[in-house]
Design a protein around this ligand. Structure first.
Ligand SMILES: NC(=O)CCC(=O)C(=O)O
Length: 310
């Protein structure tokens, strides 16, 4: 590998406490309805349960049914240009325009779940991020495609219509640096390890686990990534719709750096709220200092090799 798939982001902003809200939304096959409903829920989540939220998150493929046959029909061009990253005027995407407007009117940071994205002849599963001025700050294309086959239970092959992204993604908010992944990405610990070393205080994954792997691994994977990296980890799911082709597990969750569940929900539509406290990260890291106890003399330093490309 000569060219690293990500670069060092330099010093992270000083972390501050913030309020996180996960929208567990019940979607449909109607994109216009999904955009309208997402907007209503963004305002509800912003108002919070007695305390205003700072960062609001939508689920994976919130504007489309989750299925390889639906992605081509629902895909939109985003035209994200990292050099002109705050320019949404050039984005032809109705979803980007709708989310940008909602983030600006609500005055919040918004992780706009994910959406099927078209770029040339390729399709991606892409998350978009907006700041409180409604600017499109970054996008994350799902890196690890959900290709699994558990006979008699579930077979799903995102690669039948999607291409995997080729970079890791972070964004800097006024409350700290946040790492992004999408659903199946959480099964690949390297992504979260590198994010933590880059100064991220939380990994957030718009997601849609299913009825087979949800009960087995949904909470376990989040707690594992949180404890390994002594950071907050959160997954935001759609609500379960038994009339849809894909039955989402639900249970949107926020985990703290000790691996403790801060907040969660069942399979129904709703909003999950949690306070992110950087002091907890500092306390966990001081008390159990695994980060300074790594034995790079006997195994490779993943972060260093990711930076140098060697
Ligand atoms: N949408 C997804 O990537 C699903 C991932 C999943 O269910 C898993 O078990 O992993």
């Amino acid at each position: 590998m000569s060219q690293p798939a990500w670069k060092s982001f330099g010093p992270a902003p000083t972390p501050k406490p913030f309020r996180l809200a996960l929208i567990q939304m019940l979607g449909s096959k109607d994109k216009a309805y999904n955009l309208k409903h997402a907007r209503e829920l963004i305002f509800k989540a912003t108002a919070g349960d007695g305390k205003k939220s700072d960062l609001v998150v939508l689920p994976e493929c919130f504007n489309s049914p989750y299925g390889v046959t639906h992605f081509p029909e629902f895909a939109e061009s985003i035209n994200f240009d990292p050099e002109k990253k705050y320019d949404i005027i050039t984005s032809p995407s109705e979803t980007v325009q709708a989310l940008s407007t909602a983030a600006k009117e609500a005055g919040i940071w918004l992780i706009g779940g994910s959406m099927p994205e078209r770029d040339g002849n390729k399709l991606y599963n892409t998350a978009t991020v907006y700041n409180p001025s409604g600017e499109l700050v970054t996008i994350h294309r799902k890196v690890h495609l959900f290709d699994i086959d558990i006979p008699g239970k579930i077979t799903f092959k995102e690669s039948e219509s999607l291409t995997g992204g080729s970079k890791l993604t972070y964004f800097d908010a006024n409350f700290g640096r946040i790492g992004l992944g999408i659903c199946y990405d959480i099964r690949f610990p390297e992504q979260a390890i590198i994010a933590a070393h880059q100064g991220c205080i939380a990994m957030i994954y718009p997601s849609a686990f299913n009825m087979t792997t949800g009960p087995l691994h949904w909470e376990l994977l989040q707690r594992a990534r949180a404890v390994d990296n002594q950071m907050y980890v959160s997954m935001c799911s759609p609500a379960r719709d038994m009339s849809a082709d894909y039955h989402a597990w639900g249970h949107s969750t926020i985990i703290d750096p000790y691996g403790i569940v801060v907040a969660t929900i069942d399979e129904n539509e709703g909003v999950v709220y949690g306070d992110i406290d950087p002091q907890k990260i500092a306390d966990m890291r001081a008390g159990i200092p695994v980060r300074s106890q790594k034995r790079y003399d006997i195994y490779p330093n993943l972060v260093e090799s990711a930076v140098t490309g060697k």
